[in-house]
Design a binder for this molecule. Structure first.
Ligand SMILES: Cc1cc2nc3c(=O)[nH]c(=O)nc-3n(C[C@H](O)[C@H](O)[C@H](O)COP(=O)(O)O)c2cc1C
Length: 510
């Protein structure tokens, strides 16, 4: 690979693979007492509590796609939106331990993503850059300038790699990026409920870092750094915000006073994947309404979303839900594809265990015109039988694949006891050779797919769980892949959850 950045990404990807006989480099020991702090404080900033009321609690899940009058931007509407996208949804308690959950899942519940809000002329909120402190559902005023600029609201995101690297070592960069995809999907759903049309800005990473103030090395001296990810405009006219900050306030807290290990390859791959988003190839499509969706409230679906920690191993997914989940992964199937109107490059391969009317086995759902290239890359013996009358779903092989799914997913029972295990298969080498930043974007797309599956399942009384731990090349062997043209970058399980009655639930904000 001639581009040194792309070569670095490919080398990182290879060394961060888990294999049946060797896990990617990670900490030899974990001191759970020394886990990095889950929340970063910005001391010295003015903190403004946001209203907590959910303003869109009447909208049914099946109505999420309906056109609606956008709510005006103000402290109330942004408070409502932030609760449904990035806020805490519950506290959990068991055996003296207490931990919080959020509207989006995160690998190991470590939540590396930090959220920022940039506002101009929003009633009830000072102009400038704010850190969203989800612990208190409050804004911390981090930077501003003296002038007045055009009205608008933007969200920004950065990742604190150490939160994930503390536990997962070198593979952690991948998890930060998958989490980012979940976050962007969560933003899409919450924005749709408020009638807003979010757009990702095509800004270079350096510009994003400057806008979010995470490039100020003087402020981050002695504490964990933050890697700039992306800025999202919450309105359709996606001009960048004016971020010529003249004043800064606050200092970020240290999350881990005694880091035991270092994983320099994470900073290397982060540097190699900086860049801007690709140009949009396709126009955003209107979202189809699911006529058969339940009338459960969308806000309730979002607030009660949890990852299943165990599945029952017997329940069969109704065919209608299976079809609804798969169609929401296709263009026009979810508000997420309005935020991400790029040509799809991640194509789910399904290990179907228990779906009404669908024979157990291995299936593929090409989300773009890749049947030919997939056909020549995947195992020759696959049958490619058309498996649905409306969806681009193909059966590759009929088999009971529960044990295989468990083995491939780092021997986790959830992959066998769920009803379907998804393997997110990404077009890989070519997009990265073209632009190394694609490595991040492929993981975002995979995270978005997982998030959509989770919410569709949740709305119907089922549950999902992300599976970041899988044996990469064992997957590729099952699929017959011989090179890096395609790579599996995420697993996802959907099934009927078994709840652990010993864990008690407390409100997110007392
Ligand atoms: C990228 C990613 C990878 C994950 N990997 C696993 C996994 O390998 N095994 C597992 O049991 N859960 C996994 N999870 C689920 C998380 O443990 C879960 O999201 C977290 O504990 C927070 O709980 P919640 O989703 O209920 O809020 C993963 C989640 C994400 C987003």
């Amino acid at each position: 690979m001639s581009d040194p950045r792309a070569a670095r990404v490919m080398a990182y990807h290879a060394r961060s693979k888990h294999a049946l006989d060797r896990y990617a480099a990670g900490p030899g020991t974990l001191d759970w007492e020394a886990q990095p702090a889950a929340f970063r404080d910005w001391t010295g900033c003015t903190q403004t509590a946001l209203p907590r009321e959910i303003l869109v609690s009447d909208i049914a899940w099946g109505e999420i796609a309906a056109a609606r009058e956008p709510l005006p931007f103000d402290a109330r509407s942004l408070g409502s939106f932030l609760r449904l996208s990035l806020g805490l949804t519950a506290w959990k308690e068991y055996a003296g331990s207490r931990w919080s959950l959020r509207a989006h899942p995160s690998s190991g519940n470590l939540h590396p993503t930090e959220s920022w809000l940039i506002t101009s002329q929003v009633p009830g909120i000072a102009d400038g850059l704010h850190h969203y402190q989800n612990l208190y559902h409050a804004l911390e005023h981090r930077a501003w300038n003296d002038g007045t600029s055009a009205p608008g609201v933007w969200l920004g995101f950065s990742s604190i790699h150490w939160r994930e690297a503390w536990k997962y070592g070198e593979r952690a960069f991948r998890y930060c990026q998958l989490d980012m995809g979940h976050v962007l999907a969560a933003v899409s759903y919450a924005a749709a409920l408020h009638g807003w049309q979010p757009r990702l800005l095509r800004l270079d990473s350096n510009k994003v870092a400057q806008a979010l103030g995470v490039d100020r090395s003087e402020d981050f001296s002695g504490v964990e750094t933050e890697e700039a990810e992306v800025i999202v405009a919450l309105h359709a006219d996606a001009n960048p915000p004016d971020t010529t900050w003249q004043h800064y306030a606050g200092t970020p807290s240290l999350l881990d006073p005694r880091p035991l290990y270092q994983w320099p390859v994470i900073e290397e791959v982060a540097a190699a994947t900086r860049g801007a988003l690709p140009a949009t190839a396709s126009a955003a499509q209107a979202i189809a309404t699911h006529t058969d969706a339940s009338d459960i409230r969308a806000a309730q679906v979002i607030l009660k979303r949890r990852s299943a920690q165990a599945f029952d191993g017997v329940s069969v997914i109704p065919h209608s839900l299976f079809k609804r989940m798969l169609s929401s992964l296709l263009a026009g199937g979810s508000p997420v594809w309005q935020l991400w109107p790029h040509t799809p490059r991640v194509h789910p391969v399904l290990l179907v265990h228990r779906v009404e009317g669908v024979a157990p086995g291995l299936y593929v759902l090409p989300r773009a015109d890749v049947v030919e290239s997939l056909g020549s890359a995947l195992r020759d013996s696959f049958s490619w039988q058309v498996a649905d009358d409306t969806l681009p779903l193909y059966r590759l092989v009929t088999a009971q694949a529960g044990k295989t799914a468990r083995t491939l997913s780092c021997h986790q029972d959830i992959a066998a006891h769920c009803a379907v295990t998804f393997m997110m298969l990404a077009e890989f080498e070519a997009p990265i050779a073209h632009d190394a930043a694609a490595y991040r974007h492929l993981h975002w797309e995979a995270g978005m797919l997982g998030h959509i599956l989770t919410l569709e399942a949740e709305a119907a009384g089922w549950r999902g769980t992300g599976i970041g731990c899988f044996f990469d090349d064992a997957d590729h062997e099952v699929l017959g892949l011989k090179d890096a043209q395609f790579q599996v970058i995420y697993h996802y399980a959907i099934g009927m959850a078994l709840d652990d009655a010993r864990i008690s639930t407390l409100p997110a904000y007392a």
